[in-house]
Design a protein around this ligand. Sequence first.
Ligand code: NAD
Ligand code: UDP
Length: 338
Amino acid sequence: MRVLLTGGAGYIGSHTALELLGRGHQVVVLDDFSNSSPEATRRVGELAGQEVPLVRADLTDPEATRAALEGIDFDAVVHFAGLKAVGESVAQPTRYYRTNIDSTLVLLDLMRERGVTKLVFSSSATVYGDPRYVPQDEAHPVGQALTNPYGWSKAMIEQIITDTATAWPELEAVLLRYFNPVGAHPSGRIGEDPSGIPNNLMPFIAQVAVGKRAELSVFGDHYDTPDGTGVRDYIHVMDLAAGHVAALEHAAPGVTAYNLGSGTGSSVFDVIRAFEAASGVAVPYAVVAPRPGDVANVVANPEKANRELNWATTLTLEDACRDSWAWQSQNPNGYAAN
Ligand code: NAD
Ligand code: UDP
């Protein structure tokens, strides 16, 4: 397959590009580099031993996107492009809705114009909101009482894709609800390069371990969990990347949602300990107040993806910590010149 990766220079897109190339597919990356660097795609090419075509365009701009993709053929799309910082989405709702929703509308129109029917969308476990039961399967209610515009935008896009499939029955769409992506390619050449202060746990810990930040704030230790800290389902980004390849290869007419997670929960203290063991570096921390909007326990039931996509995680939290440390220690300033 020749696969267009919108937002393909980002964290998950760059690992998925490498995985697709490794399985013999071709890729084209489209990105506006608002939260990434062309260097990520260059390194994907270096690891894959082939140059990766790169198109710069703002996907919310239909004319610019059409012009940028003129003469470039593809028969499937993975739609990563969008804004993803939960806290920022609360402060800048219109920017978040405009970017995430407009980019999807432009893409769906373009796909229909070109007769490209295969679509994999980067959704999120956040569409389930505060879990009614754990582990969550795909039948868990979606889009109810969500706490931030980022989560709402993902739930709305799932609905937009579903409505588009009603009007266009040839559309083969897969909604991938990611749990907590972590880790990096084992080479340490590509990884997560957050701009500013990391919002997520693992990149924050990595920056503490490498000496860029003094200590980790642990957001609460009185949750109803075994050690009182928040429990999440961490999934190695290479397992996540493989999930996209499986989704593309199994796509069928209509819309199907899959959880991509391991089915195992780890607490904040579990992650700190695993990172310390992998890096050999102490991670100082202080317990502070819970972060508003956080929930105690989010764990995937990944059985549907295991069964229907013939996909399951193969890597552990320890693998993710080792690979995240390889990336962070070799690239303390991310893709910027070190
Ligand atoms: P990322 O920010 O690294 O990648 C997103 C990419 O989209 C970036 O390269 C950015 O420059 C690009 N982009 C943004 N707006 C664009 C526009 N208008 N036109 C073209 N390109 C644009 O994020 P990521 O972690 O790789 O996430 C990829 C997708 O997965 C996102 O949709 C995100 O919401 C979703 N997701 C991520 C997580 C996570 O924890 N990382 C969890 C669940 C879902
Ligand atoms: N967390 C923390 N300190 C941080 C960042 C996160 O204690 O600096 C906790 C957070 O409260 C949650 C877990 O780590 O229990 C994972 O948070 P993250 O932001 O990575 O993912 P999400 O909240 O989206 O699941």
